[in-house]
Design a protein around this ligand. Structure first.
Ligand code: EPU
Length: 421
């Protein structure tokens, strides 16, 4: 198992480039199951989760390859197997994205029911509610969700749940409705840019989807979809992580290939903390006042502050003088990084879904354990600023969502070494 050894203290300087978005690429790859002919996808990041999705597509009869320029070609060549097995789904929850496309295209699908994960329970009741509304018959058999339908029929579906909208639930229903008969309206749809990117890909393939990126998405079903070329949007969470890396090290960096319009809640909150993020050409320039102010922040569905940057912001707020309150409204149990930050000298108290961070002025290097993707990113950020050496164990978590983060941060002056335990 790999670990990172991080010598803290360097102020990051220079330019770092953001890759394509993992959370846009995964549903778009699943959507190729809806299409005929080849799809060519640019800017798909080379990550463990993407490789897991390519393996799953291979099981399901979709042949994929990556050329030297990193372009992925995907084409369905066989339709005999429509079973996403437990061993695939347990490795990557986004495997659930094949449910809608296979149901719509093949009329029958079996997907192992995903379990919870380190960030808490991850139900799929809203995905199933949406597909049932389109006319699917759904049952549970030996831990698999089994869905069947002759041809799905468009209808109006309210997709909000106890924690608001659902990103992959919206993706699943939108993909299924693209080939349904008639018009589907999804109310309380997720507004994330990744949903808009999926709709852009599907529309290029011949779908008729409007309103994606807003809470009401209208899908007029079509008979067939034909694979097309598409470029995946930049990863706003990777961009946010780099911005926070610049901020936490009191650095002076440019984050290239970042979409400022996808990061407004983040840049707005950082201004309050005392971090300047300004548009600079195709990217963003980050600088700090050095005096970091405490803030209150609540994670929310897009366009609110993303849960996927909550842990990384917490690392920064460990240095802000005074009390900050971080309320997690999407995954109330997503606080495993808290105990690890305490090992580095942080002062954080958790009360239900709220973490009160009292800025301790500095962090001190320590051996820590990564528990999930974004928590591990937070520990890397903490290691960059900590006095002494930090060892982050189980970095396979970070490799799921960041393309070799150490080779991106080291040219900026970071001192991160990957070693095998
Ligand atoms: N929820 C339900 N029922 C459902 C689905 C979701 O109650 O059927 C609840 C969840 O438990 C949660 C909330 O609704 O409380 C939102 O979950 P959502 O369905 O939006 O999450 P997701 O689609 O499974 C995606 C990202 C996550 C990101 C969340 C929230 C992908 C592959 N995953 O998950 O990304 O945290 O949206 O923005 O797109 C990550 O990249 O590290 C990551 C975890």
């Amino acid at each position: 198992m790999d670990k990172f050894v991080i010598n803290g203290g360097a102020r990051l300087r220079g330019e770092v480039t953001v890759s394509g978005a993992k959370n846009a690429a995964l549903p778009i790859l699943a959507a190729t199951l809806l299409t005929e002919g080849p799809t060519k996808l640019r800017d798909v990041p080379n990550l463990a989760d993407v490789r897991a999705m390519l393996d799953l597509l291979g099981d399901l009869g979709c042949r994929t390859s990556r050329d030297e320029a990193g372009v992925i070609t995907a084409e369905v060549t066989e339709t005999a197997n429509s079973h996403a097995v437990y061993d695939r789904v347990r490795k990557m929850r986004a495997s659930i994205c094949v449910l809608g496309p296979l149901l719509a295209r093949r009329g029958e699908v079996r997907v192992s029911m995903p379990g919870g994960c380190a960030i808490g329970p991850r139900p799929i009741d809203l995905h199933l509610r949406g597909l049932r509304a389109l006319g699917a018959e759904i049952s549970l058999d030996s831990g698999d969700v089994v869905a069947r339908a002759q041809r799905l029929k468009g209808t109006t579906i309210f997709l909000g749940g106890p924690f608001g909208s659902t990103v992959l639930g919206t993706a699943n229903v939108m993909m299924a409705a693209a080939l349904a008969e008639g018009v589907t309206v999804i109310e309380s749809a997720a507004c994330e840019p990744e949903i808009q990117d999926l709709a852009d890909y599907l529309n290029a393939c011949g779908a008729n989807i409007s309103g994606a990126g807003s809470p009401r998405v209208t899908i007029e079903g079509v008979e067939t979809l034909t694979g097309q070329a598409h470029t995946v949007i930049p990863d706003r969470i990777e961009a946010g992580t780099f911005i926070l890396a610049g901020a936490i090290t009191n650095g002076d960096i440019t984050v290239a290939n970042a979409r400022v319009d996808h990061l407004l809640a983040v840049t707005d909150k950082l201004h309050e903390v005392g971090v300047q993020v300004e548009t600079a050409g195709e990217g963003l320039a980050v600088g700090t006042d050095r005096f970091l102010r405490p803030v209150d922040v609540t994670t929310q569905p897009y366009p609110g502050f993303p849960t996927d940057l909550q842990a990384q912001l917490m690392a920064l707020l460990c240095l802000a003088e005074g009390n900050s309150a971080i309320t997690e409204k999407i995954f109330p149990d997503r606080f495993l990084h808290l105990a690890e930050l305490l090992r580095m000298g942080a002062n954080i108290r958790k009360e239900g879904p709220v973490a009160i961070v009292t800025g301790a002025g500095e962090l001190i290097g320590a051996p820590v354990m990564a528990s999930d993707l974004r928590a591990s990113a937070a520990l890397v950020l903490a290691g960059l600023v900590a006095r002494g050496t930090t060892e982050v164990r189980r970095v396979y978590h970070i490799d799921r969502g960041y393309e070799e983060i150490e080779t991106k941060l080291n040219p900026l002056g970071a001192d991160i070494t990957r070693t095998t335990e």
